[in-house]
Design a protein around this ligand. Structure first.
Ligand code: ADP
Length: 526
């Protein structure tokens, strides 16, 4: 009950971690995107501010010139204007190209060209072209601009209304757009912040000054001239726009990458945690089974020893033959007990990470042959027969003798336990591509593919072993694997044809001893 509750709590916690990690990733991404947008916004805002200021300056130059000329006019003495203005124009009204003074009814009183070379017909033509759009009824003090294209020509005209006593008069001032485009605007934009990063477009979106800003994306701001050149727009981009654009794109990619990476790491961590917990749970179940089996394994031979010992102690066994048999049983069971306890102690050392090996140079063929012989001497059963295939070459390796015995005995013991019906168990040692190979092959039932994947795990026992109640503790093959790895090798299993299993241990050849003649290589028993 308690473990089910812990399990539920753990699932909830893990789900909460995943949700929290997802939320954190989203929040980080969102916040950094918002900060970046804020940064970009402030760059755009300050560019817009600068554009506004430039527009104000252009307009104030144009309007200032209008006013300067307006103040120069005395409608009763227009000759004075004609004489004085062209001389003063460069200083007080450099933007104005020519002027017309009209009476209240719209009759031209005076037309003055700034440059004598200008076409004398231009001002009258301009008046005719704009006449319908002029508000001649407007009161004195009125100041308005007419901007656009008339007769295929770009024109900006200021219309001011003044009065002399009760009489109103009109002043039309033509702005010199060539001057505005070629001198005024270039001068205004000739600073490091804006140089090369602006343009002016007309009502048809044609660039009249500056260069195309396409490709600078979100950083381009544009605004109209509100009063004077109102058909035109000014567009501006910060000097660092291309770099900012690239950096913004790169930052977005990098931030996305970091967020995904962190999320990936967290999810991988959680997945690993789940895997580790599951594994540990499985190991705990196996451990409980292990304790039960080991207790049973220890108890059975002890009961036999005790029973036969007691019978001998009562001296009721008179036949010498029987006594010898009882004694043999006691010895055999003690050896079984010793083997089991050895396995357990070695396993405990491995579990604590204290296993230590003493490697010596040896010939694998010879060592295995001796161990097979020792195993057979201790084995009471006649079948299966262990056949050691002769080795026709030296197989030099570095090995720990006691560990090798543990490895070989465990594999042979398993062959006897699980493949007892085999006629033979074959043991062979060969050299294969730089490796020393030991194979133990039986003709038993073989191993289920699902079990093959797990039999080298500690405490794991095959389904057949559990169901068939074969004695065992599930640590033999874990020990074999550990020993093989400690020797720099590996162990694997496959099913044999037509039936049975082949356990294959590979160890690295000790090539430093290659060519030494004193290594026995025929598998002779010691
Ligand atoms: P134990 O023999 O104590 O159960 P092991 O670690 O030695 O533990 O073996 C693990 C499992 O591998 C066994 O329970 C058995 O199912 C399977 N196994 C080992 N050797 C053989 C074999 N030669 N033939 C069939 N199954 C085997």
């Amino acid at each position: 009950m308690a473990s089910r509750r812990t399990g539920a709590l753990r699932s909830i916690l893990l789900a909460a971690i995943v949700v929290a990690a997802g939320f954190l990733a989203w929040w980080t991404w969102h916040t950094s995107a918002a900060l970046a947008t804020l940064g970009e916004r402030s760059v755009i805002d300050s560019t817009a501010l600068l554009a506004r200021e430039k527009i104000d300056r252009v307009e104030s130059v144009i309007i200032g010139a209008d006013n300067a000329v307006f103040h120069l006019i005395d409608p009763d003495d227009l000759d004075d204007l004609t004489l004085r203005w062209p001389g003063l124009a460069d200083r007080i009204s450099p933007t104005i190209r020519g002027l017309l003074v009209l009476d209240e009814g719209g009759q031209i009183l005076r037309a003055v060209r700034r440059h004598p070379t200008d076409d004398p017909q231009r001002l009258p033509w301009l008046y005719r072209a704009l006449r319908d759009e002029l508000h001649l009824d407007d009161p004195a003090g009125y100041h308005r601009h007419l901007h656009g294209t008339w007769g295929g020509q770009r024109v900006l005209v200021s219309h001011l209304v003044g009065h002399q006593g009760q009489r109103r008069y009109h002043l039309l001032l033509e702005t010199d757009l060539d001057y505005v485009l070629n001198e005024l605007l270039p001068r205004l934009f000739d600073d490091p912040l804006t140089r090369g990063r602006f343009n002016v477009t007309d009502e048809n979106n044609r660039i009249v000054l500056g260069q195309s800003l396409s490709g600078l994306g979100d950083f381009v701001v544009s605004a109209r001239f509100p009063t004077t050149l109102y058909k035109w727009r000014l567009a501006m981009a910060p000097g660092s726009a291309p770099e900012l654009g690239v950096r913004a794109r790169r930052r977005r990619v990098a931030e996305g990458g970091y967020v995904l990476l962190s999320l990936g790491v967290i999810l991988a961590g959680v997945a690993f945690l789940v895997y580790a917990v599951r594994r540990e749970e499985r190991a705990n179940v196996l451990k409980s089974d292990f304790i039960a089996t080991v207790s049973h394994e220890l108890k059975t031979p002890l009961s036999v020893i005790r029973m036969f010992g007691e019978m001998l102690a009562t001296e009721r066994v008179h036949s010498a033959e029987k006594r010898a048999h009882y004694l043999a049983v006691i010895v055999r069971e003690s050896e079984r007990l010793t083997a089991l306890i050895d396995n357990l102690l070695d396993f405990a050392r491995l579990e604590r990470g204290r296993a230590s090996y003493e490697f010596v140079s040896a010939d694998l063929g010879l060592s295995v042959a001796q161990l097979v012989s020792l195993f057979c001497e201790r084995q009471a059963r006649e079948k299966p027969a262990v056949v050691f295939e002769p080795v026709d070459e030296a197989v030099p390796v570095r090995l720990d003798t006691r560990a090798l015995q543990l490895l070989v005995f465990n594999l042979l013991d398993n062959a006897f336990k699980y493949a007892g019906e085999s006629e033979t168990v074959t043991v062979r040692v060969t050299r294969q591509r730089g490796d020393a190979v030991l194979e133990i092959e039986d003709r038993g039932p073989g191993i289920d593919p699902d079990d093959q994947r797990r039999i080298f795990e500690r405490f794991y026992r095959g389904r057949a072993a559990r169901q068939g109640q074969t004695r065992g503790s599930g640590i033999g093959l874990a020990l074999v694997k550990h020993i093989a790895r400690a020797h720099g090798g590996a162990v694997s299993v496959r099913n044999a044809a037509p039936q049975g299993s082949v356990f294959r241990v590979t160890l690295p050849l000790d090539l430093s001893r290659e060519g030494e003649q004193d290594l026995p290589s025929d598998g002779a028993l010691g």
